[in-house]
Write a new protein. Structure first.
Length: 159
């Protein structure tokens, strides 16, 4: 591949959260940003504001109960600070999805450049088209199982 960071490593950095609380998009976003390991180069408040502003533009739901949330513009300057967090919601929430399905799985993408952001989105989009990955999400697989599946798949891309 290249020297970019894989989705598996990005998830290790950002974390996977189960039974995630919240009953509205805004509440969930605030709680999630407060829980993730926000790098010292940005403030929690700036990240919360950026994700709320992005969601106000248009729903980040991609359908099938999944939302890919992200600030509109990269907030980080260092590639090594990027992360992706995955939250399995305790209560599905109406995310104004085009397919009208409530969201129960949320990913937060925090990147350092438009190119990196698009690469991360592309990787996630690929995985979200893979039935084996979607089954892991539906089954709320363990962090180790999810990350190992992603890393194994990414290693096959490099082969």
């Amino acid at each position: 591949m290249n020297n970019s960071i894989g989705l598996g490593e990005l998830l290790e950095r950002g974390g996977i959260y189960y039974e995630f609380p919240g009953n509205s998009v805004q509440e969930i976003l605030e709680i999630l940003v407060a829980k993730v390991p926000v790098p010292p180069s940005i403030s929690v408040e700036d990240l919360i504001q950026a994700v709320k502003e992005r969601e106000a533009l248009m729903s980040t739901s991609i359908g099938d109960g999944i939302a890919l949330h992200h600030p509109r513009n990269p907030l980080l300057t260092k590639m090594e600070e990027q992360f992706v967090a995955l939250a399995f919601l305790k209560n599905p929430v109406d995310w104004k999805a085009l397919d009208a399905k409530p969201v129960d799985t949320l990913m937060l993408i925090v990147s350092s450049s438009p190119k990196s952001h698009l690469r991360i989105l592309s990787s996630i989009t690929f995985f979200c088209k893979e039935e084996a990955f979607l089954k892991l999400l539906r089954d709320r697989a363990s962090s180790d199982t999810l990350i190992n599946f992603i890393k194994d798949t990414e290693r096959k891309w490099e082969a």
